[in-house]
Design a protein around this ligand. Structure first.
Ligand code: FES
Length: 62
């Protein structure tokens, strides 16, 4: 089932979302995403809602 949106929880890191979807930001702006997208789970990214790798420096566990 290729059209199935997949979400993988990366240990101590982001959510890896694979598929086609849309992100709606707090200001209402919508962004189409396709392929692999890493969504921040630690809350420390400077590019929220996307992961920028800061979780490693922050020592995020979860
Ligand atoms: S999960 Fe990577 S910066 Fe937050």
């Amino acid at each position: 089932m290729d059209s199935l949106l997949k979400v993988k929880v990366i240990p101590n890191g982001p959510l890896l979302v694979t598929g086609t979807f849309e992100v709606e930001k707090p200001d209402g702006e919508k962004e189409a995403r396709e392929g692999s997208t890493y969504l921040c789970r630690c809350g420390q990214s400077g590019k929220k809602p996307y992961c920028d790798g800061t979780h490693r420096k922050a020592g995020f566990e979860g």
